[in-house]
Design a protein around this ligand. Structure first.
Ligand SMILES: *Cc1c(COP(=O)(O)O)cnc(C)c1O
Length: 428
């Protein structure tokens, strides 16, 4: 075959060849793409009952939100779960439950959605960023190095659906008597050594915003097995939560109303039933793609993201490390031209609120009050410069990420694998 013509299938699309991906790829809204008749029926049932509030309405009967909490706690393997309005609200409830407040430091990974860090500000504490390792989750050794006498809690984040090293993190937390709030917003149903994410820390926080595995458009959840922490979270999420739960008036803390509506509860009860199917499909798709790409990646010396427990990966994403930033940029650009929406995870000039140097209100120490709260309540030194967590930035700068939708067909996966073969074959 004449290698100079467009007919050569190995010719990169970025050099004028035919793109490997021809069939349209599904968008990455795992639970969202499966919203169907059952969600519709569940929402209609709530509307027709006119009972839109979890605690009461014109019709008596069970609350969807309460049912959701029972089912979610059972799935995660904890004694209590609390439905709230967002993942950020869940984090705030969790931090208040742990007693975090002004003057305290909370350790967060350098790579997480900014909400993990802003929830810390919301309770008056300050975030301290720590390095991630090749799993792109909190490095337990670096966690140890960031602890000061002011450290009160740590938020390990199961980023892109994969588990943190929870055993080492819990051991460090025990040594220093820190509260542990797992941020499992991106990892519904994932696990670590057989335990569900969100069941190993003192509390877990979940999000049901539209990008997450399970969704009601918006929503969140708190998990814990400790009654005292649960009760404090209940009081934060409802201004009369203390009274409703017969907590003595002298022990009631202020509430902020993060209560979930029955409409969201109805949708999430149906979504929860879809969880195992979603995980099965994403895991199958990732295994197929990774299996097809592994050989050439290894031959060319590119490594995959370390997954701390492959059996517990929710498999929402596949990440490959290029040897240099330049090579990562070239590979991502070529993959995009082949029709694979892959992206380099960090670029200094491309604003992305998942990486701490881009957290503008935090880097700039913005405040809600003229008095500088909460920053001025903190006594130690803080650094959010690029020199604070260089290893995480180097990893993300070389990391090429692709979403693994549960809706990918075998044709999609074959074409994506072909794209990786073409691109890695010539650019690595
Ligand atoms: C989405 C997300 C949150 C916040 O959830 P919201 O429901 O959007 O408030 C927190 N942490 C992580 C890691 C997230 O991905």
């Amino acid at each position: 075959m004449n290698t100079e013509t467009n007919q050569d299938p190995s010719r990169l699309a970025i050099e004028g060849g035919t793109p490997a991906v021809r069939a349209k790829l599904p968008p990455m809204y795992p639970g969202g793409m499966r919203i169907g008749e059952e969600e519709e029926a569940a929402v209609l049932e709530v509307l027709r009952s006119q009972r839109l509030f979890r605690y009461y309405g014109p019709q008596p009967g069970p609350s969807k939100v309460a049912e959701l909490e029972t089912a979610f706690a059972e799935m995660i393997g904890v004694k209590h779960s609390l439905a709230v309005t967002s993942g950020t609200a869940a984090l705030i409830c969790g931090l208040v439950a742990l007693g975090v407040g002004p003057g305290d430091e909370v350790i967060v990974p350098a790579y997480t959605w900014i909400a993990s860090a802003e929830a810390v500000l919301a309770v008056g504490a300050v975030p301290v960023v720590a390095e991630c390792d090749e799993s792109l989750t909190l490095d337990p050794a670096d966690l140890d190095r960031r602890i000061t006498p002011r450290t009160r809690a740590v938020i390990p984040v199961h980023m892109r659906g994969a588990p943190c090293q929870m055993d080492a993190i819990m051991a460090a937390a025990d040594r220093y008597n820190l509260g542990v709030l797992e941020d499992a917003a991106q990892a519904d149903g994932g696990s670590y050594h057989g335990k569900r994410l969100g069941s190993m820390g003192h509390l877990g926080a979940f999000s049901f915003q539209f990008n997450k595995i399970l969704t009601a458009g918006e929503g969140g959840g708190v998990t814990t097995s400790r009654l005292d922490l649960y009760q404090r979270a209940v009081m934060v999420h409802d201004v009369v939560g203390g009274q409703r739960n017969r907590i003595p008036a002298s022990e009631i803390i202020p509430g902020l109303n993060f209560r979930m509506s029955e409409l969201q509860g109805a949708v999430l009860l149906v979504q929860l039933k879809r969880l195992e199917g979603l995980l099965k499909d994403m895991r199958r798709n990732k295994a197929l793609l990774k299996g097809a790409v592994e050989g050439i990646a290894r031959r060319k010396g590119a490594g995959f993201r370390v997954i701390n427990d492959p059996d517990g990966d929710t498999a929402i994403a596949m990440v490959l490390y290029a040897p240099s930033p330049e090579r990562a940029d070239a590979i991502a650009a070529a993959l995009n031209m082949e029709g694979v929406p892959a992206g380099v995870m960090y670029h200094p000039d491309r604003v992305d609120y998942h990486i701490y140097p881009h957290w503008a209100p935090i880097v700039n120490r913005k405040s809600w009050s003229g008095a500088g709260f909460p920053w001025k309540w903190h006594a130690g030194k803080l650094n959010y410069g690029v020199d604070e967590c260089p290893r995480t930035l180097d990893l993300l700068r070389r990391a090429i990420h692709v979403d693994i939708s549960p809706e990918l067909s075998s044709e999609n996966l074959e074409e994506m694998a072909e794209a990786y073969h073409k691109v890695l074959g010539s650019l690595l």
